[in-house]
Ligand binder design. Structure first.
Ligand code: PLP
Length: 243
């Protein structure tokens, strides 16, 4: 169990993050209900997630298998609330099998091969009764063509969307971006927003836009984000470096 001090810290940080998101929405002339706050709990223990559930959080972002799958299974077993677990990190294809069991949404789909692997995994999980819904997916857009960052380059975006549309157990919901470090966040978020506008002409239903983290939440909200993924600002510094 999280200590009372840890619960108080998470509670304060969560309040501050919610207030910051509300201010960002107001400044951007947007409704705060239009932007989800996804709390990124990667590298933090299930006890912290349990504390957050106590504070009213129901959706969590994770990025590492098998740690993520283990946490999701444990929390779903001992919590009555209905929880959503989102996979936000890069997925090695051999890990798709387990991600397809626990993830409600994948933010980091970036290749046809991964789409096929997830589709197969979800089909198996549905067959086994391990899940009951299709997998929601966002296509991760690579903004600067750095292959280490993951994501699909803009020229391949529509082809990947068409491929996903042909996968029986995947539901395309939108796009995800991670702003590179070069340039200011505003530059990248504006670029992402303009690519998204073109993409929406092609896929009008894919309205979700996962953009913004602890460091660039304001710029992301200004540029149309519908989901900010906040780790450090709520959880504190991660115990070990993230991939
Ligand atoms: C870790 C991570 C986050 C959270 O980043 P913070 O800067 O800690 O808020 C958001 N998105 C992705 C894809 C991540 O891997």
């Amino acid at each position: 169990m999280a200590t009372p001090e840890r619960v108080a810290e998470l509670s304060d940080n969560l309040d501050a993050a919610r207030a910051r998101l509300a201010r960002a929405c107001t400044a951007a002339g947007r409704d705060v209900d239009d932007v989800d706050l996804l709390v990124v709990t990667k590298f933090f223990p299930a006890a912290d997630v349990r504390a957050l559930i106590g504070l009213g959080v129901r959706a969590f972002g994770e990025s590492r298998e098998p740690e993520a799958g283990r946490k999701a299974a444990e929390l779903r077993t001992d919590t009555a609330e209905s929880l959503a677990f989102h996979m936000i990190g890069q997925i090695q294809r051999k890990k798709a099998k387990t991600v397809g069991r626990w993830a409600d949404r994948v933010h980091s789909l970036d290749s046809e091969r991964l789409a096929d692997a997830l589709d197969t995994a979800v089909a198996a999980a549905l067959d086994d009764g391990d899940r009951h819904t299709p997998l929601e997916v966002l296509l991760q857009l690579n903004l600067d063509s750095d292959p280490d960052r993951g994501g699909v380059v803009v020229d391949d975006l529509e082809a990947l969307a068409d491929h996903v549309a042909g996968c029986d157990h995947l539901r395309l919901r939108g796009l995800m971006v991670i702003a590179p470090q070069s340039e200011t966040p505003e530059v990248w978020m504006e670029r992402a927003a303009s690519i998204r506008a073109g993409f929406l002409d092609h896929r009008p239903d894919a309205v979700e836009f996962s953009a913004g983290m602890s460091g660039d939440l304001d710029e992301a909200v200004r540029n149309g984000s519908t989901c900010v993924r906040v780790g450090t600002a709520i959880m504190g510094a991660r115990p070990i470096r993230s991939p």
